[in-house]
Design a protein around this ligand. Sequence first.
Ligand code: BG6
Ligand code: MG
Length: 220
Amino acid sequence: MPIKAFLFDLDGVIVDTAIHHYHAWKRLANELGFDISEEFNEQLKGVSRVDSLNIILEHGGLTLPDEEKRDLAIRKNEWYLELVSRMTPDDILPGVATFFSEVRKAGLLTALGSASKNAPLILERIGMSDVFDAVIDGTKVEKSKPDPEVFTRGADELEVLYNECVVFEDAVAGVEAGNRAGMFTVGIGSPDVLTLASMVAPSLDELTVDTVLEQANKPQ
Ligand code: BG6
Ligand code: MG
């Protein structure tokens, strides 16, 4: 099937909010008396707020009542919002603007597929609210990546088949979600981490739409 749509993760692909999530979670872990490393943080990428908190608490060997967990998630989000509230269009990652103009020229549809409930706010801060043909964020899905729901819903809204889509993802869980949806996955980051992606590039800056289409349209 020729590719008709590109589906983008937000955090770590369009903007570097991944680092803000990490700093806010690290602050929370430190307050609880333990630490998390950048390496540990890889498994939190793409994972919902509540699932991330559970993974962190397990790492720290803590079992807490639901009410306390709710409060912790709210605190982490407040710190995170403090960090993202200062974002501007200057925070869009290198190569994104050029890549999106190529996407438009190629006549492809686009969707955002983000686990974040803050995605609409971030899109507004960086001036990209009107860029996507469909926006699926953490408020619209029931299941978190690596479940494919965020991407299958995006494809459904765009009215394209799953194998007509390419997913751009910086997270291991997100690549798995795209793969499970039956989509071609472009890992944004390191090939040592994103081992299951169909292809990998360090950033959108290093990619052209033609290069991606050439690979994705090859018979698999
Ligand atoms: C994903 C991030 O995009 O969104 C995760 O990669 C984050 O790190 C998740 O936990 C949920 O984000 P939010 O903004 O709803 O807490
Ligand atoms: Mg991401």
